[in-house]
Design a protein around this ligand. Structure first.
Ligand code: PEP
Ligand code: MN
Length: 306
């Protein structure tokens, strides 16, 4: 299948001529403003290879877990071991933190990435970490398996274009006030540069309700799966902001067809440098993994045992 980007209404006669060319079976016009991200482009869905034999978008639901931010070797080392033993496949942890206040902890930078990589390698995990600026990409490439684009950067088009130039998988988070179409158009920026290794992440949106940090848009999961062939990841941690609400939303996300989950876990959340209130204790995370293992087969999926 060959995808051609352009304005088909201006090229009607060329399209008709192409239909007569040898080897052309059918021409399907994709009417969505997003083309490469559209389900029409790959009706069977995409499987994105993340490394070490782990891929997302198939029958297995992939879980990434870890602290909001890398804080120290001891912190990330312990959490890595705990989430790996519960069955997570990726270790998450921010080294560059986009904080609402410039006075909050901003992350350990490259040192944090080194600690993250070491902790992941010791436990057979892959690494996902946030990139905030195009200037960080080159430095980050050896340390991470997946580049996370945060909600605040979903429409940072320079960053998206720069990520389109590499083949490193990208976890693109939905902006807090972004529509689903805007999310898919942001994915299109990355894909139009040639990088098709994109996952989309629902992480809660801003609504009129202020009870929780965000409103977890569970319905966005089947909607995006319908509109796009890209794997969908759910982040119930940022989606709710409260650790006791993470398990029900994680279970719902699996039931709704998510291909992956991103969950914050911390061994001492009361003292976490960021997002402690939504970080799960490692033992509760392990229990949640067991619960999700029961739900997954009901919707034709599975979650691997460690
Ligand atoms: C995070 O994953 O820690 C994060 C900052 O997420 P978001 O960009 O969704 O707020
Ligand atoms: Mn966080």
């Amino acid at each position: 299948m060959i995808g051609v980007v352009g304005r088909s209404e201006q090229h009607q006669s060329e399209l008709e001529a192409l239909l007569a060319a040898p080897g052309v079976d059918e021409i399907i016009r994709i009417t969505h403003p997003f083309k490469l991200a559209s389900r029409n482009f790959r009706p069977e869905g995409s499987i994105v290879e993340l490394g070490k034999g782990v891929s997302i978008g198939g029958a297995e639901v992939i879980v990434a877990a870890g602290p909001c931010a890398v804080e120290s070797a001891e912190q990330i080392g312990e959490i890595a071991g705990r989430v790996a033993r519960a069955g997570a496949k990726l270790l998450r942890g921010g080294a560059f933190k986009p904080r609402s206040s410039p006075y909050s902890f901003q992350g350990l930078g490259e040192q944090g990435l080194k600690l993250l990589r070491e902790a992941a390698d010791k436990n057979g995990l892959l690494v996902v970490s946030e990139v905030m600026d195009p200037s960080q990409i080159e430095m980050m490439l050896p340390y991470v398996d997946v580049m996370q684009v945060g909600a605040r950067n979903m429409q940072n088009y320079h960053l998206l274009r720069a990520l389109g130039e590499s083949s490193k998988p990208v976890l693109l988070k939905r902006g807090m006030s972004a529509t689903i179409e805007e999310l898919l158009l942001s994915a299109e920026y990355i894909m139009s540069g040639g990088n098709y290794n994109v996952m989309l992440c629902e992480r809660g949106i801003r609504t009129f309700d202020t009870y929780m940090r965000n409103t977890m848009d569970i319905a966005a999961i089947p909607v995006i799966k319908h509109l796009s062939h890209l794997p969908v990841v759910a982040d119930p941690s940022h989606g709710t902001g409260r650790r006791d609400k993470v398990p029900p939303m994680a279970r719902a996300a699996v039931a709704a067809g998510a291909d992956g989950l991103l969950i914050e876990v911390h061994q001492d959340p009361e003292r976490a440098l960021s997002d402690g209130a939504q970080s799960m204790y490692p033992e509760h995370f392990a229990q949640l993994m067991d619960e999700m293992r029961v739900i997954a087969p009901a919707v034709g999926r599975r979650i691997a045992r460690p």
